[in-house]
Write a protein that binds this ligand. Structure first.
Ligand code: GTP
Length: 603
């Protein structure tokens, strides 16, 4: 295909606005997959994605479509649809010249619509506005069109109205994609450059990289070098995604496809990296950032004998997801385990779920935390004012107070969209979480958009759930990294029967320490079952006890009522108890259920 007849585009949308459904229709119209109703979200391959209905890993397909007597090659680049993955979204967009901005005609513009719009807008992409789900009774096309006009200055006449489910208006949309989105502007004659925008791992083939060929061409046998890790690889296989891999001899400027090049480790395939032919000179493509984990949590096997199998499981999963960072960790209470770093909360959830599902690994996850930057007095000469900066990934590594000069925590810029009825409650929630409102404006006569700055630490556990429940599900939230901010922080430690449990330590703002200590103690007493003795739970800052709760002793033995009784009943009870124990951890003499750590931090 000559470059003039290539279009590279993405569909960007808030979660559940119908991106995968629209992708399925496009695949059908172009006969890439058979036209039958069983094609449910073909591009969402992984099991977790299906279960949660969330696209996690970008998947891509090349479609061939005849328009006005000519065949066009349309590369649909699927972007992941959640806040944690904004960086991946921006990299997928770097491979495109245009986007379809899909908005649910019933729900209207949501927080991710705003974030995605600006990402496309700042990359100078052509934006095709589309209202989806117009078949729904509650669809409000006029109001939503007005929102798009107010927020994005989109001309109402250019808005497509479609039903991705029924297929209405989808063919016309495809025509607009061809008419309005320009072909890629690379040149076949120029020195070869290719952008890696996604990758997966295959057990037999190793890393499969998804590339957009910006300039020049690539052929089987070519040696390509990565700009950022400087390693050179030989191309063993390459081709199109149609939607499955279809080998070809060469990929040319403007095309998008897969490349397999004996890369064994997914960490080498960095999204956003530029590849070029060995021994040539090129300018790297702009915008590269190494994936940066922002949420850390410990993962321990429920049973120490499962440490090796947990390690294997983590190794296998990180082959597919190189953005997770892994360090070995050990704790007196939980034994040997790992400290994993994730891009965000959803990422953590999805990864833990996959760990349990795909590898049958039973694990304990400790409470998540963010990285803190700490300026400490120079190690050599404490009197002289020299400082070193360290990053703390695990709250229990926080240095002594006397050593600390200054502490900073990561902050984010958040966007909240909601009906104006909830403004009071939502403002209180934001203030309680140390949020600072930057801007507030109406997007139509009922809905309001708030922009605010929030410490990442305050939205880590249940901010989103709270927001949803305060607004009966009507608010949407998105956030982006806004760097670090100086803050006064303390470490709260928790003791169970006077034994400190490192995994429970949290760093929080001074003003919140007492409330958090009390809440966590209460939650712990709720999630630790009564045992044969009294258990004390305490929260402390630097040895000073801020809160204490007791769990009273259990009165009867489980077996008490079976003495002399039916033996099978006794066995059954013991078995049930043993099963319960598998999910428990022992701290001192105390049995702690596996979810207690996470539950303890929920407010
Ligand atoms: P993520 O991948 O999680 O971001 O979601 P998505 O945007 O891909 O949404 P998806 O295609 O999974 O659709 C979400 C829900 O909306 C599904 O239940 C679809 O069946 C439904 N849906 C999608 N398009 C339409 C439509 O045009 N009309 C109606 N009535 N329902 C639709």
């Amino acid at each position: 295909y000559p470059v003039e007849r290539i279009r590279n585009f993405s569909i960007i949308a808030h979660i559940d606005h119908g991106k995968s459904t629209l992708a399925d229709r496009l695949l059908e119209i172009t006969d890439t997959i058979p036209r039958d109703k069983s094609n449910k979200q073909v591009l969402d391959k992984l099991q977790v994605e299906r279960e949660r209905g969330i696209t996690v890993k970008a998947q891509t397909a090349s479609l061939i479509y005849n328009y006005k007597g000519e065949d066009y090659l349309l590369n649909l680049i699927d972007t992941p649809g959640h806040v944690d993955f904004n960086y991946e979204v921006s990299r997928s967009l770097a491979a495109c010249q245009g986007v379809v901005l899909l908005v649910d005609a019933n729900q209207g513009v949501q927080a991710q619509t705003v974030a995605n719009f600006y990402m496309a807008f700042e990359s100078n992409l052509v934006i095709i506005p589309v209202l989806n789900k117009i078949d729904l009774k509650g669809a409000q096309p006029d109001i939503v069109t007005q929102q798009m006009k107010t927020l994005f200055d989109i001309d109402p006449h250019t808005v497509h109205k479609i039903s991705a489910k029924a297929g209405t208006g989808v063919e016309e949309l495809l025509h607009t994609v061809i008419e309005d989105i320009p072909p890629p502007n690379g040149s076949r004659e120029a020195v070869t450059r290719a952008l890696l925008f996604d990758s997966t791992y295959d057990q037999y083939k190793g890393v499969v990289g998804y590339f957009s060929i910006i300039d020049g061409m690539l052929t089987k046998g070519n040696k390509i070098t990565s700009y950022h890790n400087k390693k050179t690889y030989e191309i063993q296989d390459l081709g199109f995604m149609h939607p499955l891999e279809e080998p070809t001899n060469s990929l040319y400027a403007g095309q998008v496809g897969y490349i397999i090049c004996n890369m064994r480790n997914a960490k080498e395939a960095q999204v956003g990296d530029t590849y070029y032919l060995q021994n040539t000179e090129v300018q790297p493509l702009p915008g590269f950032k190494a994936a940066k984990p922002m949420v850390f949590a410990g993962i321990y096997p429920s049973d120490q004998s499962e440490f090796n199998s947990l390690r294997n499981a983590i190794e296998k999963l990180t082959l597919n997801d190189a953005s997770v960072s892994v360090h070995i960790d050990s704790s007196p209470a939980l034994g040997q385990g790992f400290r994993l770093g994730y891009l965000g909360l959803l990422h953590m959830d999805v990864f833990s779920q996959r760990l349990e599902q795909e590898h049958n690994a039973s694990v304990i996850t400790s409470c998540p935390n963010v990285p803190y930057k700490i300026k400490i007095k120079g190690a050599k000469n404490i009197k002289k004012f020299t400082t070193d900066e360290i990053t703390i990934l695990n709250p229990c590594h926080l240095p002594d107070k006397q050593m600390i000069v200054e502490m900073s925590e990561p902050v984010v810029t958040g966007t909240i969209l909601m009906p104006d009825d909830y403004i009071g409650d939502v403002t209180s929630l934001c203030l309680e979480r140390r949020g600072e409102i930057i801007d507030q404006s109406y997007i139509d006569n009922k809905r309001i958009m708030i922009k605010l700055q929030l410490p990442l630490n305050e939205i880590l556990i249940d901010f989103y759930d709270e927001l949803k429940s305060l607004t009966s599900g009507y608010a949407s939230f998105d956030y982006e990294d806004a760097g670090y901010k100086v803050s006064t922080l303390v470490k709260v430690d928790f003791l169970i029967n006077n034994k400190a449990v490192d995994e429970l330590s949290i760093i929080c703002h001074t003003s919140r320490a007492r409330v958090i200590a009390k809440n966590v103690c209460i939650k712990l007493t709720e999630s630790i079952p009564k045992q044969l003795f009294t258990i004390s739970v305490q929260g402390a800052v630097g040895g000073k006890i801020l809160a204490r709760q007791d769990i009273k002793a259990l009165r009867k033995d489980v077996l008490a009522k079976c003495y002399g009784g039916d033996i099978t009943r006794k066995e059954k009870l013991l078995k049930r108890q043993a099963e319960g124990k598998k999910k428990m951890r022992k701290i001192g003499k105390v049995e702690i259920p596996k979810d207690a750590f996470i539950n303890a931090l929920k407010r």
